[in-house]
Design a protein around this ligand. Structure first.
Ligand SMILES: [Zn+2]
Ligand SMILES: [Zn+2]
Length: 303
């Protein structure tokens, strides 16, 4: 009998862990995180009117049904196939609950080979919660190669590559997949800044950062001519581009060359940022989160 209770207890714990998903920002029924309240939405979905002041794009956020998002999240196949099947579908966004943490800290230096971003991964803009997690300050050092080394075969970004670049404000840019290998901007819910935090408190963007503004107060992320960040392979990432209008054609890695420079774009559709790297990414950038977690673990054990 005692054993039976033990087994039930263990099963309950396992269910509790997996219901939030390993990345912990699984959606609720209506886009908010259900958090075990029978699927009742905690967060209000953003509407077109909420962000109509952002640039020239026609914002049609949350324009899919629950079923459409579910199907889209599970798509696989070639980049073109996924784009075709999700044509016109916008990522899922919700108005989160505002919270505060420490101030943003970002120090940018350079050496012969790299731009070096030392960041606490906290943005200067508003922080809101659309899942149970909150951003916590980190000590990340990202090395961006100054001279990208082109690869013969592009490096595919999979669910194993969750951090793929950094925004100009020093905040992590995430790849298209979540930890369940589903397409994150359809499976998860981001806030009006296109972001949220994971269970380890790592804040990240899943889609063009909407809340980073220039000195005139204009949103950087909505203009395809603005740089919004850096890819870990050393190429720049530019703002939201409509792949039907912004020519020449954007390739499978989500980049192209014009004005003499290769760069990636943020797009409203898959893969949202880079789908692969054209050049060799700096490996130490992928290890920032893992290394810090190991360090915390060691610190705890040494206490
Ligand atoms: Zn995420
Ligand atoms: Zn471009």
């Amino acid at each position: 009998m005692k054993h039976l209770f033990k087994i039930i207890f263990i099963i309950v714990i396992i269910l509790g862990l997996t219901s939030c998903g390993p990345k912990g920002h699984r959606k609720g029924k209506h886009g908010g995180h259900g958090h075990g309240h029978g699927g009742k939405s905690e967060y209000k979905l953003l509407t077109k009117n909420d962000i109509q002041n952002l640039g020239d794009h026609s914002f049609d956020v949350n324009n899919g049904t629950e079923e459409q998002y579910e199907t889209a999240a599970n798509l696989s196949g070639t980049v073109e196939e996924i784009q075709k099947k999700t044509e016109g579908l916008w990522p899922r966004m919700a108005k989160g609950t505002v919270y505060n943490v420490v101030d943003s800290r970002l120090n940018i230096t350079e050496n012969e080979n790299f731009l070096i971003f030392e960041t606490n991964n906290i943005p200067k803009h508003v922080l809101t919660r659309t899942n149970p997690n909150e951003a916590t300050p980190k000590n990340y050092s990202f090395y961006i190669p100054k001279n990208p080394k082109l690869l013969e075969v592009p490096y595919k970004i999979t669910e194993k590559t969750q951090e793929i670049g950094i925004a100009l404000n020093g905040v992590v840019i995430a790849g298209p997949y979540d930890s369940q290998d589903k397409i994150a901007p359809y499976n998860r819910v981001v806030d009006e800044c296109s972001s949220h935090a994971d269970p380890q408190g790592m804040y990240h963007y899943h889609f063009s950062p909407m809340c980073i503004k220039n000195s005139k107060g204009n949103a950087l992320g909505v203009n395809p001519l603005n740089q919004i960040g850096w890819s870990f392979d050393g190429f720049k990432i530019f703002g939201l581009a409509d792949r039907k209008k912004h020519m020449p054609a954007i390739d499978n890695c989500n980049g192209h060359s014009h004005d003499g420079d290769y760069h990636y774009h943020a797009t409203i559709d898959y893969p949202f940022f880079m789908g692969c790297y054209k050049a060799e990414p700096q490996n130490s950038n992928f290890e920032q989160k893992k290394r810090r977690m190991n360090k915390q673990y060691k610190d705890k054990r040494n206490e």
